[in-house]
Ligand binder design. Sequence first.
Ligand code: MLT
Length: 406
Amino acid sequence: MIRINENYLKLKASYLFADIARRVQAHQEAHPETEIIKLGIGDVTEPLPVACREAFHKAVDDLGCRESFHGYGPEQGYSFLRDAIAENDFQSRGADITADEIFVSDGSKCDSGNIQEIFAQDITIAVPDPVYPVYVDTNVMAGRTGSCVDGRYENLVYLESTPQNDYLPGLPEQSVDLIYLCFPNNPTGATATANQLQQWVDYARGNKAIILFDAAYESFIRDDSLPHSIYEIEGARETAIEFRSFSKNAGFTGTRCALTVVPKELMARDSNGVAQSVHALWSRRQSTKFNGVSYPVQKAAAAVYSKAGRREIAQLTDYYLGNARIIREKMTARGLTCAGGENSPYIWINTGGDSWEFFDLLLNKAGVVCTPGVGFGNCGQGHIRLSAFNKRESIAEALERISSVL
Ligand code: MLT
């Protein structure tokens, strides 16, 4: 008799953004006249950069003739892209990462969800609260947690991000093995300084732990003093895996391309205490379960690093940051305390009331979709997240509508 993986029964009924989408659809069906403005899920609205589109078109044409046709590519990515990433994203910032430590993939969501497979079942895991739900859900599916009790899974260590600590979680008080961090943070928009990241790296070294560092929003950093990569921090090559994405900087949410960095020094122990290469394990996992990102998409991603591509990416991220600044200013003027929105496309707003009630208020009265903070964890209660990923006109309209109902 076929049976299910019962860990799935421990999950909340639906994924946060699927839940929101369903509520929005129901509202739209009941009120077809309302033009809903979506500032919920962080999905980009602006077109792909010209440099990427041109490279994309050319690569599709390459596939149209036998001499330049490409079938299966290398599972870990073409060297033209891995080389460009290593040089531009890491080496140029003093981070000693080589092309063969970069694994090109179809998304940071997939990679940050899949990576847990290569670690033991009985490790102790620390996650920030609030947190991107993928980190938690994938460990629930894998059976590393107990049940969800009052919004928190048993066996997870929650690191609280609150107004009191400026939404920067402190180090765990106990020894943990795997730590999920995200800076600039989703959902709070908080950023971490080099000194703060150094404390995490030192903690991980001291506890033989690994940090999973999600840097999907690094291209929104404008403060030159802030690190973009954890590998700018001493000791991180022995302690951290980093996830990056072309979704939010270059508009690839639909196109799909991302990367994961696993340094060769990074080790984890087997049950005999023997150090095993995490790079080798991830490579093994990917070559069995993944067949690489398509050639045209990788060509389009590589164009991000051309002169024209870099200029366009800066314009795109500046545009969304301009939206973020406007949201933050308007919400602050309404007397609400905001985090993020600087060096980050997300504005984390302390409404003081129930998150879902505020979500309903904005949807029903203003026709604006936000993300209820509690959907990211208990500490998100009393907050909502507004995303700056939308057209400037829609942002202005949404803010007017929100102002009129507050
Ligand atoms: C978000 O809104 O948190 C992100 O768009 C989710 C994602 O990138 O998967």
